[in-house]
Every structure is written in structure tokens, then in C-alpha cells.
Design a protein around this ligand. Sequence first.
Ligand code: ADP
Ligand code: MG
Length: 247
Amino acid sequence: MLQITDLHAEIDGKPILKGLSLSINAGEVHAIMGPNGAGKSTLGYTLSGRPGYEVTGGSATFDGRDLLALLPHERAAAGLFLGFQYPVEIPGVSNLQFLRTALNAQRRLRGEAELSGGEFLKIARAQANTLGVDMEMLKRPVNVGFSGGEKKRNEMVQMGIIDPRLAILDETDSGLDIDALRTVGHGINTIMRRPDKAVLLITHYQRLLDYVKPDYVHVLAAGRIVRSGGPELALELEREGYVGVAA
Ligand code: ADP
Ligand code: MG
């Protein structure tokens, strides 16, 4: 599904990703761990096409298409979803308006019919239900005044409604208490654990991986994948830290 080969990217002329290669197949959950400043968030932003993140070498294909040649909204329409480490607040725009606009824009680009208000509400209600989120929360402005945990729950509802094929989730577990962590884990499993979908979980800690079992764990250090393994690698890192793997 996603094939990254020798990817190099820089911000303001400063090289951050330095030859990163990673291959993700449909049906798989991959976790990326690594020390602060390693380039984890940069990888997510570069794949999603955020301005300012300049690719200087290598390639990334998504279902065989040149991902890096697509505009950000085309990448989203192709099925890529990026969850933010720090979700943004959008005053004046309700969650429901925002998500209906986003979903219909993606459907238009894919040549699918737009959803009516009623059709959209049905999907939103079903997703809110699945994730135990109150519909009232979806009527409020996007993330405004939400606690850290509420923002992450909200992000899961967004993901459920957008229904992407590949979700890149950046530190989705940061700032969550145990209940919120369970909700988020349940959300990821319910929405994304399917044979035709895949997940790239960027995380500092092993604890989210207790809820969302990864098939592969990678260590990103100094802009490259320096080690890959199974779930046991996350436990080893938790025990021993990045010293040794991140040299
Ligand atoms: P991680 O998510 O692994 O902690 P990041 O991808 O956020 O790491 O950052 C990687 C490196 O890029 C860090 O050295 C950071 O200081 C630098 N960096 C990130 N964003 C910017 C920016 N907007 N301008 C300049 N340097 C940046
Ligand atoms: Mg980060």
C-alpha cells in the first residue's frame, strides 16, 4: 500500500529525513518509535504534503501512485489521513460542518456523489455512537475548548467519518488518561483494523500498543529507520530506552 524508498526531506534547508525506507501492506499496523527530534512528525507531515517540508530525494508511492506528486487534498482523497500530535482549533466552524465539507470534497475528487445533510448525519451518528462521543460535541466548534483527551476522541470520530485507507497517527496517545486511551485504542481497532486498511502509529510509549497491537515496530533515529522488529521490540525499548539503537 505505502512504499517509501530512501526518502530525504528538509525544513528550511535543514535535512531531517535522511534516507528513510519503509513498506506497509494492507492489513498491517506499524508503530514508529524513536527519540525526540528524530523526525517522526516530519515523516507524517512530509507524507501528507504539508507546505515547508521539502522532499529532496527518494520516493513514496501509495497504491502504486506517486504520492509526492499529489497535492495535500488529493492525498487525502486518495485515502491518506494524518492525525495530529497537536490538533488545531477552528473557532466558528462546527465539527459537523467541517467534516461534511471535508468528506464531500474528497468524494467529489473521487468522482463519488456528495452526501446530503441527512445521509451525512447518519454516518456521523453511527461513528459517534461507536466511539462513545456525544453528538453535542460534534456540534461544537472544532476542538475549541476541548481537553487533550476530547481532542483525541474527536480525532477518532473524524477518522471514522472520513474512513481513510491509511491512517498516520502522530502521538495520538499523548496526554490521554487510561479511559481516553482505551477509547482511542478501540477507535483505531474498530475503524482501521481491516484487511484493506493500514495504520502507521507514531508513539513514544509502549502503552498505546497494549490496545492496538502492531505487526511491526520500527525505530526512527536521526532521520532513518535504524531498526525494525515485532511487538517485542517496543517492550525492549520501553525497558532499555533508545540508547544503543539510536546511535
Ligand atoms: P519528532 O517528531 O521525532 O520528535 P520532528 O519531526 O518534530 O521530531 O523534528 C525533527 C527535527 O526537525 C528536530 O530537530 C526539529 O527541531 C526540526 N524541526 C521540526 N520542525 C521544524 C521547523 N518548522 N523548522 C525548523 N526545524 C524544525
Ligand atoms: Mg513529533
